[in-house]
Design a protein around this ligand. Sequence first.
Ligand code: ADP
Length: 637
Amino acid sequence: MFTKILIANRGEIACRIIKTAKKMGIATIAVYSDADRHALHVRLADEAIYIGPSPSAESYLVIDTIIQAAIASGAEAIHPGYGFLSENAEFCRQCQAHKITFIGPPVEAIEAMGSKSAAKNIMGAANVPLVPGYHGEDQNPAVLKQTANQMGYPVLLKAAAGGGGKGMRAVYHAAEFDQALAAAKREAKNSFNDDLMLIEKYLQKPRHVEIQVFCDQHNNAVFLFERDCSVQRRHQKVIEEAPAPGISHELRQRMGAAAIRAATAINYQGAGTVEFLLDSDGDFFFMEMNTRLQVEHPVTEMISGQDLVEWQLRVASGEPLPCSQDQLTINGHAFEARIYAEDPERDFLPATGKIISLQAPAETTHVRIDSGVIEGDEVSVFYDPMLAKLIVWDSDRERALQRLTDALSHYRVGGVITNIAFLYNLASCDAFRRGEVDTGFIEEHEEEIFRRRQEDIDYATPLAAQAIFAARTMRARERAKQSSEPNSPWHLVNHWRASDTQQKPLKITLGKQQIEAVAASAELPADIKVVSDKDGLNLFTPRGVFHCSETPPDLGLDDNHDSTANLTAPMNGTLVTLMVEVGAAVAKGDTLLVMEAMKMEHTIVAPSAGRVSEFFYQAGDLVDGGAELLLFEAAEK
Ligand code: ADP
C-alpha cells in the first residue's frame, strides 16, 4: 500500500479522498490555486502545494505542474478525483513516465472511452446494446443534417468528448438543426477543445440507470449494483438513488453482465461506471463509460457497505478486489441530493458569493454530508458551483426519502442562492415518492416542483399570512426590548395569542403571486418550519417550500427592470460572441450576444425590435455580473 498520495482535485471530492486515506494511514498532499488558498481540502491534507492562478486551465489542469508537485512531495500515487484530469489520457501517461501510480484505469482504457464515438464502436463489437445513431468521422454539417433528417426527429447532438451535459443539444425539427449544431460545437470547443459531434436518436423519457463496476489487476471484475440518476436538469444529475426503484433482480443481473462485458472489453482496472438508458419496455442501451469515480458513488457505498475510495487505493497498489460478486449484497436504500449554488427560479443560473452562514444537518448513520466548503468561503466563478452532497440511507425507499426531506429542511446556507428548496420540493412530489422517475421528470412536474399549482397556493396562503404576521410581531417585540424606553407607546404591539380572535388582513407575495390574505388567529401547525432569508420567509411544509414576504406598498414608481434586465450580464463570465452588427435592425427575441459562465452558455436577446447602438465589451472580455453589456435603441412604434 502507498504511504503518501497526492490529490489532484479540490472541493468535496478532495476532502472525501483525504478522509479514506487518513483512515488507511496514508499521508495526503493537496494542491491549490489562488482562489483555494484557505479551502477545506487544503486544511484537511497533511501537506499542500500551490499550483497557480485561480482559472483551472492555469492550475488544476496543468499536467506538468501537478506532476512536479507529486515529485517534489514524494507522493507515490495521484488520485485525480472526478472532472479536471481524471479522464485525461496524457496525464495518465505522464504519471507512468515519472513512475507515479495513477489511481485509475490504464491509459488505453481511458483512450478507448475518451471519445463517445470510438467507445460505441468498441461496445457494439462487445455485444453491448447501443442507442441508435451516427458516430462517424464525417463532420460535414450538411452530412450531419442529412443523417438527422434520415433518422427522424427528435435527435440529440452530443460532443464526442463531452461530459457534464456540455456540448449537448436536442433538436426537434430540421429547421433548428443548423443553429443547434453551431451552439453545441461552440460549447464543445470551449469546454473540451474538441468539437467532434455524434447524433443519437433522442429517446423519449428514458431512465438513466448506471452500473458501478470494479476490476483489479488479477482479472477479477464485479459490479456493485446500479444507481438511478434519471432526475436531471439540463442533462445534469440532481438526485440519485440506489438501488433503482422497481428494477427486477433479473434486469439488474442482465445490466450488470453487460457492464462487465463493457469493462472487460477494454481491460479495465479500478472504479468505472457504465451508463445506460433504460426504456419503459426494459430495454437498455449503452451511453458511455466513465473511467473514474463518479460524483454519486456514495449511494453505492451506503447500500453495499463498501468504501469505494479504499477499493481504488487497494486495486491501484496491486491488491485483489476486497470482495467477490457473491459477497456483495444490497442493504436498504440511499439517496444523494446535490446542493448547488444556483437559482432554480432563473433557469438554474449558477450563483456566486460569500457563504455567510452554513448549517448542515447533523451526520448520523442515516445522514452523510460530503462537503467541500465552510462558512466564510467564497463561491467563485472559477469552479463548479456544487457546494456539497447530502446522502441519506435507511432500510427502505420510503424511509430513506423521509430522511432526505427531513435533512433538506435542516440545511441552511446564507449568502448565496441555493437549490435546497427546489430539492425539497422535488423530493416531496407524489410521483417521486412513487418512484416514477425518468429523465423528463423535472419538466413534467414543473408546476408542482415550483409550487405554482393553484391548490398549493391556496394551501400555503393562510400559512404564509400567519408566519409573516408572527415574524412582524416578533420583530416589534425585539425592538421594544432593545429600546431604551421599553414602555414607549411607539413600541406597543398587539400580542398575538392562540386565544386572539382578531383577523389581520395582509398583502403578501407568495412565490411570484401577490395575494390579499388574512392571518387567522391560530398558531402555525407543528409540521411547518419557518426559515427567514434576506427577502422574506421560507415555509417548509409537507407540501413543499413556499417563499413569502410582505408586499411592499406600491409607491407608483415606474420601474422598467424587466425590459432592461436581460441586457446586463446575468453573472460573472466571459463574452463569447457578439451576434449582431452595431446599427443593424433586429427583431424582438433575436440573440444579441452569447456569454459563457462556468462552462455554460447564456444568450442575451433583444427586448424588442430595434438596434444595438453600442457594445461595451468584445469577444473574450471578462464581464462582471450585473454589468451593462450594450446600449439598445428600441424601434419607434
Ligand atoms: P454527459 O457525458 O455530457 O453527461 P451523457 O451522454 O452521459 O452526457 O448524457 C447525459 C444525459 O442526457 C443522460 O443521463 C440522459 O438523461 C440524457 N441523454 C443522453 N443521451 C440520450 C438519448 N439518446 N436520448 C434521451 N436522453 C439522452
